[in-house]
Design a protein around this ligand. Structure first.
Ligand code: AMP
Ligand code: GLY
Length: 429
């Protein structure tokens, strides 16, 4: 079988690393890839939103399955276009991807199909939104302000009071800091608690839940500093108790599947559900229509079933016909980032020590890397590498990954020292 993987980060490296283990896979292509991916896949230079180019490539090269990593091509309708050309592709249709691409669509969907979420108010014009804050929102009450559309994870502003919310409203709707993503605005009740991500394989009718994960979004130890794309993750996350997972399995997911059906949405792929857990009760914060990054780098190493079997059955709508097996181990991953990230950072810095790491100690997933003409590996992004270790328990997986990190060096490299400590606090609570 031939696969085409769309995307070029740590998540896509993990997808390719897993696909490459399948005896059914003969060749993998990736657009646009990175230095690590280029060891396992042939890199092609077609932009992820050049659908004509991608369809032509997939047709001419007889690609059996295309796997989409990031949300942007899904939101632009890559799946509908591939399907219309008779090509098999893993991911939701454009309307399905709206669950991530439009927060107001997702909130209305949740309300309509009885999926627990924070209370909200949506506005399409600045003056009514401002009027709502001034007349209906208490001056000192916390509030979360969100741009409706895709904003690379930056469109959510946490506000301590009405005054901050008015500034956020101006930034989103008048200054257009997130472009057209801010044409509609959502005000949400601020929920307290701990977050966890539950990713689910969905074939339209059936679903299968993956081990719950937890991301670390802030750049600094102790959850301080700016938000990032994610500085590390671990799975399974003990905050997602069996009781919570049962609720997802028995109530939340059946309601979602029913909603998808009623709305005539063809959803085949991954549904990523971000939860806030307050007093054991899960509230959906967001949906993503794809694998998470870096959650994938801890989830896929735990997957024992052939990923190709899952892809085939999701697309065929026969997910109920296979048993998906997961390792009982724990996985922890730490992101090694460029100095300055998530703000400005330098690129093209030489990375040392990667060849000294054995895969049984840590799997090295590349994110922002490239090779120069002589084969040196250089940095080319903010999140550069992701190291994943597995062990029988979280504590041992943490110790293992942090014992390997000193082997890797590049100028101004930084990383969080406390990934997965929250799990230990939870276990001993
Ligand atoms: P979202 O992209 O909607 O998941 O929001 C990004 C992050 O903002 C989440 O991971 C939470 O940390 C935070 N957040 C979003 N909505 C809320 C809310 N209603 N209450 C508290 N925190 C929130
Ligand atoms: N790590 C969060 C995300 O992939 O959206």
């Amino acid at each position: 079988m031939k696969f085409l993987v769309i995307g070029n980060g740590g998540r896509e490296h993990a997808i390719i690393w897993k696909l490459a283990q399948s005896p059914k896979v003969e060749k993998i292509y990736c657009t646009l890839g990175n230095a690590g991916i280029s060891n396992q896949a042939e890199i092609i230079n077609i932009k992820v939103d050049d659908f004509d180019g991608l369809v032509k490539f997939a047709t001419e090269n007889k690609i059996d399955y295309t796997f989409v990593g990031p949300e942007v091509p899904l939101a632009l309708g890559i799946v509908d276009i591939f399907n219309a050309n008779g090509l098999k592709i893993f991911g939701p249709s454009k309307r399905g991807a709206l669950l991530e691409a439009s927060k107001s669509f997702a909130k209305d969907f949740m309300q309509k199909y009885n999926i627990p979420t924070a209370q909200y108010h949506t506005f399409k014009d600045f003056n009514s939104a401002k009027n709502f804050l001034e007349t209906s929102w208490p001056e000192n009450k916390k509030i979360v302000v969100k741009a409706d559309g895709l904003a690379a994870g930056k469109g959510v502003i946490m506000c301590q009071n009405r005054q901050e919310a008015l500034l956020a409203l101006k930034e989103i709707m008048q200054d257009k800091s997130f472009g057209t993503a801010g044409n509609t605005i959502i005000f949400e009740e601020w929920l307290e608690g701990q977050e966890t991500s539950v990713l689910v394989f969905v074939d339209g009718k059936h679903f299968s839940i993956m081990p719950p994960a937890q991301d670390h979004k802030r750049v600094g130890d102790g959850d301080t500093g700016l938000n990032t794309g994610g500085m590390g993750a671990y799975a399974p996350a003990p905050i997602a108790t069996q009781e919570l997972l049962n609720k997802v399995k028995q109530e939340i997911m059946p309601n979602i599947i029913n909603g998808l059906h009623k709305e005539n949405i063809d959803y085949k792929g991954i549904l990523y559900i971000g939860f806030m857990v307050d007093n054991g009760n899960p509230y959906v914060l967001e949906f993503n229509c794809r694998f998470g990054d870096p959650e994938t780098q801890v989830i896929l190493p735990l997957l024992e079933t052939d990923l190709v079997d899952i892809v085939e059955n999701v697309i065929a709508g026969t997910l109920d016909k296979i048993e998906i097996k997961w390792s009982k181990k724990s996985a922890v991953c730490v992101v090694l980032a460029s100095g300055g990230y998530p703000e400005e950072y330098e690129k093209n810095i030489k990375i040392y020590g990667l060849d000294t790491i054995k895969e049984n100690k840590a799997i090295v997933f590349h994110a922002g890397t490239k090779k120069d003409e002589t084969g040196n590996i250089l940095t080319s992004g903010g999140r550069v590498l992701v190291l994943t270790s597995m062990a029988d328990d979280i504590k041992s997986a943490i110790d293992k990954v942090y014992s390997v990190i000193p082997k890797v060096k590049f100028d101004k490299m930084h990383y969080r020292k406390d990934i997965a400590q929250r799990a230990l606090k939870w276990i001993t609570k």
